[in-house]
Structures are given as structure tokens and as C-alpha cells.
Design a protein around this ligand. Structure first.
Ligand SMILES: [Zn+2]
Length: 197
């Protein structure tokens, strides 16, 4: 999970976010099964308005695993960090700080789960090495063995909920590293940047 800096809130959320949160909450209170749809303004959905800023925040990478999200019709590259389907967080469905550019794999791993210990890649005090370690031979990611126990637990929960240490992820990281070492072009063109450098 690579350190990120969040750009300022897009104007469309500053202008409509509070009202959209309220609309979503009211809809779900009436019908707890109501599916989520991005509200629209000025002929575009909120999703279309905010995607460029979210993408810019990670240079087009998934905020959690650092792979490249697919952006086709069947996938939704925006992750609600605090789940939008959870009544505790209805009022954060359009909250700028709750939204991340995110791949399908991370989203399907996490689903509607929530844990207060989850790490945020854009928290001011977050750094990769403080919380995590890689094993460069196996591709494994694990909590930093020298961190305090509470911080190790946060790393553990984050790895677990986003599925960051699955066999497939370990393989992808190693493969990308081998390819990058032959090529060495600009790091932002590559997935798993923290694992490459
Ligand atoms: Zn991901």
C-alpha cells in the first residue's frame, strides 16, 4: 500500500456531497436493499466527475494493492472505504475522504467488511515501511516485525481485508519485478511500485 497524498475535494462534492449523502441515507432507510447508484449533476454522474482526481492521487494505481484497476463497463474502480451499505456510514457515500481508486480484486476481497484498525494510504502519518515488510524472494507481504503490536495488528487487518498476501498477489508482484528489472522505465508505468524499488 503506497503512500498517497489526497488532492483537494472536487468542487462537485463540495457543492452536492452533503445533499447526496442525505438522499442515499433516506433511500436506504426506506428500502435497505436499494442498490447504490451515483447521483448526477450537469449531465454527468458523480463518479465521472471525481474519477480523474482519484486516479491522479495514485497515478492510476489501485490505492491498496498498487495494481492497475480495469475500467470497463463491468467494473467500478471506486472503493467506499467505510462501506456505503453499512447504516453507520450512509452519510459517507459521497464523502471525499471515504473514496479511493481501487481494483476489482481488492474490492471483492473486502466487500462490505469494516474494521476500525484499517490503514489509510493517505493518512499523514502513514508510511509503507513503518507498517509492512516484503519478502522479495517469495513476494509475501507481512506486518513489520519491529513495529509495535498495535501497528502490526493494523497491518494484519489491512492485508487480510484487501487480500494483499494471496498466492496470486505474490506471483504478480514477483513477475512485475522481473519485468521491471529488465526494462527500468518510469516507475509509475508499473504495478506494485513499493515492491519494485
Ligand atoms: Zn487493488
Amino acid at each position: 500500500m503506497r503512500k498517497q497524498t489526497r488532492p483537494p475535494e472536487p468542487g462537485v462534492l463540495a457543492k452536492h456531497g452533503t445533499r447526496w449523502n442525505r438522499q442515499w441515507r433516506n433511500l436506504r432507510v426506506r428500502n435497505p436493499q436499494a442498490p447504490f447508484q451515483w447521483y448526477r449533476t450537469d449531465n454527468r454522474s458523480a463518479r465521472e466527475w471525481i474519477l480523474p482526481d482519484l486516479r491522479e492521487m495514485t497515478q492510476g494505481h489501485c490505492a491498496f494493492c498498487d495494481a492497475f484497476p480495469l475500467e470497463d463497463r463491468s467494473t467500478e474502480p471506486i472503493e467506499h472505504f467505510r462501506p456505503k451499505s453499512d447504516p453507520r456510514f450512509y452519510n459517507q457515500a459521497y464523502a471525499w475522504k471515504n473514496l479511493y481508486y481501487c481494483c476489482e480484486r481488492c474490492q471483492s476481497n473486502k466487500g462490505e467488511q469494516w474494521d476500525d484498525r484499517l490503514l489509510r494510504p493517505d493518512a499523514t502519518d502513514y508510511s509503507f515501511t513503518e507498517y509492512f515488510d516484503f519478502n522479495f524472494r517469495t513476494g509475501m507481504i507481512q506486518p513489520n516485525a519491529t513495529a509495535e503490536r498495535a501497528d502490526q495488528l493494523r497491518a494484519e487487518v489491512t492485508i487480510d481485508l484487501y487480500g494483499l498476501d494471496s498466492d496470486a498477489r505474490r506471483r504478480y508482484r514477483k513477475l512485475e519485478r522481473r519485468r521491471w528489472r529488465r526494462d527500468r522505465s518510469a516507475i509509475n508505468n508499473w504495478a506494485y511500485r513499493d515492491f519494485l524499488q
